[in-house]
Write a protein that binds this ligand. Structure first.
Ligand code: GMT
Length: 381
């Protein structure tokens, strides 16, 4: 199949999932066309059947806001025609599903019929899309997609509760290539980060308020009062400065390392002992899954799709949003002895297997076929 993938090219989870999906589909023989405003950060290995088409938005002084949706839908029309693309898969409803729908309609005028698959990722539903300024357009784009998927059951439920949806929503969870991560401690180079008797705790996010960065530091503070430990904070975002100040106020600044955005997430997770994700909202929590596949147990909140990923007492522990005391206590339970830590590490890795890429990507392939058949049928009628 020739598939166009529209996504955000940044470090955010939706862009990562879209890129990994495209890479795996290309390995399975499909021709993949990434269409976005910058080369996706995880698109390192370009191969013969992966194309990248950059969307340019020329600056014009009349416009207070440059019309990205217009440029994206025009680019989609041109690329579909040029490469005979058969399926459009848009990740994150705003504004991708809207632009995709416009492209679909423009192509129809020229007798080209192409199905659009929309994957909902989280904040496009629970935070941004739900805003009254966007809600009608988001509802319209979801209802006019040929196939809709959501990354967790929880996100599906939220979508049905918050919007007036007339389409079926298919739950297709995020995934990970389990075979890529067979942890070999000696290759982890743990010693470059910490002393032999020091535990390594990590957090990875975009440092937005929804991630509750202050809670990460408060949990670590509880841990570090009982255990010799270091916290590695990976990512950039609006809450970073607050976090740096809070680390200082809590007197843990010498134990916290802010490393910024990193292309070496797996290296960091490889030598981590525990991962913290106390988010306010989290439709899935891809970062938690990435930790788990690296045999790192997770202390998280119990919001959104996190209970579908992190299993209480097996891969880690979950607590109510904001309950940092309990999260700290649970972290100490896991870190209590080498034996319990190893039990949770094994549990995390085992739980991650459920989301193996080789189980999930065929589900998307089936949905593409379904979408194509649906379009073919409607053209016949
Ligand atoms: O975590 C973020 O804020 C980034 C955001 C995104 O859209 O890239 O992540 C969302 O999609 C990820 C991939 O499906 C999910 O793993 C995250 O849980 C989800 N974030 C939220 O729901 C806050």
């Amino acid at each position: 199949m020739k598939i166009a993938i529209v996504c955000y090219p940044t470090f955010g989870g939706s862009g990562v999932v879209a890129t990994e999906l495209g890479l795996e589909l290309s390995k399975r023989g499909h021709e993949i066309h990434f269409i976005t405003y910058k080369q996706p950060v995880r698109l390192e290995q370009l191969t013969g059947n992966i194309h990248f088409h950059e969307v340019n938005v020329p600056e014009y002084p009349l416009f207070h806001f440059q019309p990205y949706e217009l440029a994206l839908s025009s680019k989609l029309v041109n690329m579909v025609k040029l490469y005979d693309i058969e399926v459009l898969h848009v990740h994150y409803a705003i504004p991708h599903a809207y632009a995709g729908y416009m492209a679909k309609k423009m192509l129809e005028e020229e007798g080209i019929f192409i199905p659009m698959v929309t994957t909902l990722h989280g904040t496009d539903i629970t935070l941004v899309g739900n805003h009254p300024f966007y809600k009608p357009a988001v509802t319209f784009s979801i209802n006019n997609s040929d196939v809709v998927t959501s990354v967790s059951q929880s996100l599906k439920d939220d979508t049905l509760n918050l919007f007036n949806i007339t389409r079926e929503i298919n739950v297709v969870p995020n995934f990970i290539d389990v075979s890529k991560f067979s942890k070999n401690i000696t290759l982890c180079q743990r010693t470059i980060m910490a002393e032999d008797d020091e535990l390594i705790i990590s957090h990875i996010s975009n440092f937005r308020p929804v991630k509750r960065i202050a809670d990460v530091l408060k949990i670590f503070n509880i841990i570090s009062q009982k255990k010799k430990a270091k916290l590695i904070m990976v990512g950039e975002g609006p809450e970073k400065e607050m976090a740096e100040n809070l680390a200082y106020e809590l007197g843990i600044q010498n134990k916290v390392l802010f490393v910024g955005q990193s292309h070496e997430v797996d290296k960091i997770l490889c030598f981590s002992d525990l991962f913290l994700l106390p988010s306010e909202k989290e439709s899935f929590g891809l970062a938690a899954l990435e930790a788990m596949v690296n045999s790192v147990p997770v202390i998280s909140s119990n919001t959104g799709g996190l209970p579908e990923v992190n299993i209480q007492g097996v891969s880690g522990y979950l607590s109510a949003v904001g309950n940092v005391e309990e999260m700290g206590e649970n972290a100490l339970k896991i870190l209590e002895s080498e034996e319990t830590l190893n039990k949770f590490k094994a549990g995390a890795r085992e739980q991650a297997r459920i989301f193996d890429i080789h189980k999930v990507v065929p589900v998307y392939e089936k949905l593409y076929e379904q979408a194509l058949n649906k379009i073919k049928k409607s053209v016949k009628n």
